[in-house]
Design a protein around this ligand. Sequence first.
Ligand SMILES: [Zn+2]
Length: 329
Amino acid sequence: MNKIDAHMHYTGDSPDFLALLEDLNLKMLNVCVVGAVSDRLQDQVHAYQKLAKQFPERYAWCTSFPLPAQEDYATPGDYAARAIAGLEADFNAGAVACKFWKNIGMDARKPDGSFLMIHDPIFTPIYDYLAKVEKPALMHIAEPLACWQPLHDPQNPHYGYYSQNPEWHMYGKPEYPSHQALMDARDHVLAHHSKLHLVGAHLGSLEYDVAEVAKRLEKYPNFAVDTSARLADLTIQNTATVRQFFLDYQDRILFGTDMIQWEPLSTLPDKAREQRIAEFAASYQTSFAYYETDQMLTIRGREVQGLGLPEKVLEKIYWTNAHTWYPGV
Ligand SMILES: [Zn+2]
């Protein structure tokens, strides 16, 4: 079965990795992320665009745009026009979507000190533009709910990340927007831009309960989600409930992993490169086994039953939905 990993960050250049993709019948959607240093956007654009041109059957890419600088708030129209010009150039060069990252709502501030939220009017022209040219927004807004909770349970799927990245751990930081406030802001965009197709990365940051994802999918026909980096969150919920969620929303869920490899694999010593590729392969096999079989599997040290999804549903989650939500992927 042909598959698309609809959420990856792989700057790639290794023939071994390409061979793995061929083995797995896999195509990747490489996603640009704009952090504090926006020049890194151009590096990602170049790397991803090059891969997509060279191996169009294996790689596609999603672009992004720089966040406003403090002085841009005085002339928001000029800022939006510049962002749109950049996006237009990237769409002409083959990008299939535009990424919005969690620094919106959790890091970037406006001149008055308040957080720049995803429903800020400064983004309105960008949403209107994306809707007009029928390019989707891929939004990673907020973080898992565990980000706002105390770090007491090493079994929690997100314990490792927040213990190692305390700057993103929001528990005990009341000056930061709550998970709810960030979800409300994202939902505001869904409600007010009904022509904009919006894919919520990481199960739309509602990974703790598929019923919460379902509520938004019911309410907003312009919303879909990818599963990237949230496999463990699915496996700790009731298997029958999760399976039913996939059956009910089989047209709105995209398979993704969020695996990251910034450093070119070709620069690694042979052994390290082989090991890294083996890790990728093992991780894909775990995901595929979870979705495809109803066997008992060990995922992150837990015994879990696979979903055993029907072939027709798998085809959608692995392939068709990526084409529907990311036209031209
Ligand atoms: Zn990602």
